[in-house]
Design a protein around this ligand. Structure first.
Ligand code: NAI
Length: 359
């Protein structure tokens, strides 16, 4: 058994990450007395070519959604002796899994709280349509006028859900609770959902029939800019778009045009294509250079949160627990159930066992 502590270098670490990992570790170690000891080094900076030297001495590098790992960074980490890249998120579009193959193992947290994200999607939707954000500001200024505050009932509306995995299903259940009609699209429809009465339709039908469309699929070459000029033109006039998945599912310029020409009635965005330059940081005293983001935020019918859908106590605790589990499992067996496997090409459902390691 390994006696020295495993050093984990955290990049893009925020106060809530530090708290959740530090608070989780003692209980986790007590529950896993045979697991190797772990020590943490937290860095606020992102993992970049000019910061990766901070990882020296670590066996594990733990990153978040906007830390980009390409072939160059993977090779540099490998040369430094880093064995494991632990994503403290579910999505992995920021990591070149192919380039990591043979150099550094990549694990993720496939599910930490689908409820957190689905509930945030509904919170954005309700805030936007019932103008809660505006009411909050008005009543604080003792302005009790209701002018311009008219929303619409969700009951009886059709919601299109793109991606019916863990988060999509939670969101679907919330919408059904509101009495909405649900249409679903997924590249891999779920037989269980079909048996339960879910109506899967082609993507074009989602565009044509939905009053509200919410995105819960991963960002891939196939889904990049699935919301574009052409798809927006197919949508119902006044459609409401909710994106809590990944920013680049939406062509932001096309969205802006759709909002300007009134084709899109409202947009609720927890993610943005170029978010890595801005999100998670305070730019309140600065001029934001991204004109598209600035214009979107200035629109009365656009509401933006800064990739915060995951941010609940439960989700943070689960992220910390699973990351510690992944690390211990990897150092015990050389692989881990949550490893992203390039070799077998089945990233989501890798059939490997501990005896059949990736590399
Ligand atoms: P999941 O893996 O359970 O579900 C994803 C679904 O998308 C699957 O059913 C899959 O078959 C489907 N899919 C794959 N390719 C598709 C395509 N080309 N078109 C349509 N559907 C496709 O993932 P989960 O946990 O539900 O997360 C969904 C996404 O939410 C993640 O990929 C991530 O990008 C995003 N996310 C955002 C968070 C936030 O804080 N805003 C937090 C966690 C996840």
């Amino acid at each position: 058994m390994r006696t020295e502590k495993i050093r984990i270098a955290f990049f893009d670490a925020k106060d809530y990450d530090i708290d959740s990992f530090q608070n989780t570790l003692p209980g986790w170690q007590a529950a896993h007395p045979d697991a190797p000891g772990m020590e943490f080094a937290f860095f606020e900076t992102r993992l970049k070519p000019d910061t990766l030297e901070l990882a020296r001495g670590a066996k594990v590098v733990c990153i978040f959604v906007n830390d980009i790992v390409d072939g160059e960074i993977a090779s540099a980490l490998h040369d430094m002796g880093v064995e494991l890249l632990a994503l403290r998120c579910a999505g992995y579009n920021n990591v070149d899994i192919e380039a990591c193959y043979g150099k550094i193992h990549v694990v993720r947290v496939p599910a930490y709280s689908p409820y957190a994200v689905a509930e945030h999607a509904m919170a954005l939707l309700m805030t936007s349509i019932r103008r809660i954000h505006k009411a909050y500001i008005r009543t604080r200024d003792f302005n009790f006028s209701l002018s311009g505050m008219t929303g619409f009932d969700f009951h009886g509306k059709t919601v299109g859900i793109v991606g019916t995995g863990k988060i999509g299903v939670c969101f679907m259940n919330i919408c059904r609770g509101f009495g909405m009609n649900v249409l679903a699209y997924d590249k891999f429809p779920s037989q269980q959902l079909i048996d339960g009465g879910t109506e899967y339709v082609p993507l074009e039908e989602i565009w044509r029939r939905s009053d509200i469309i919410s995105f819960h699929c991963p960002l891939t070459d196939e889904t990049r800019h699935m919301v574009n000029e052409e798809s927006i033109a197919m949508m119902k006039k006044g459609v409401v778009l909710v994106n809590t998945s990944r920013g680049a599912l939406v062509d932001s310029e096309a969205l802006l045009s759709g909002i300007k020409n009134r084709q899109v009635g409202a947009a609720c965005l927890d993610v943005y294509e170029e978010e890595s330059d801005f999100f998670f940081h305070d730019f309140s005293g600065h001029i934001v250079e991204d004109d598209t983001l600035a214009r979107l935020i200035s629109m009365p019918n656009v509401i933006v949160t800064s990739h915060q859908a995951f941010l609940t106590e439960e989700a943070l605790g689960n992220i910390a627990e699973t990351t510690l589990d992944n690390t211990a499992e990897f150092f015990a067996f050389g692989t881990c159930a949550n490893e992203l496997c390039y070799r077998c090409g089945r990233l989501e459902t890798c059939p490997r066992t501990h005896e059949n390691k990736c590399f």
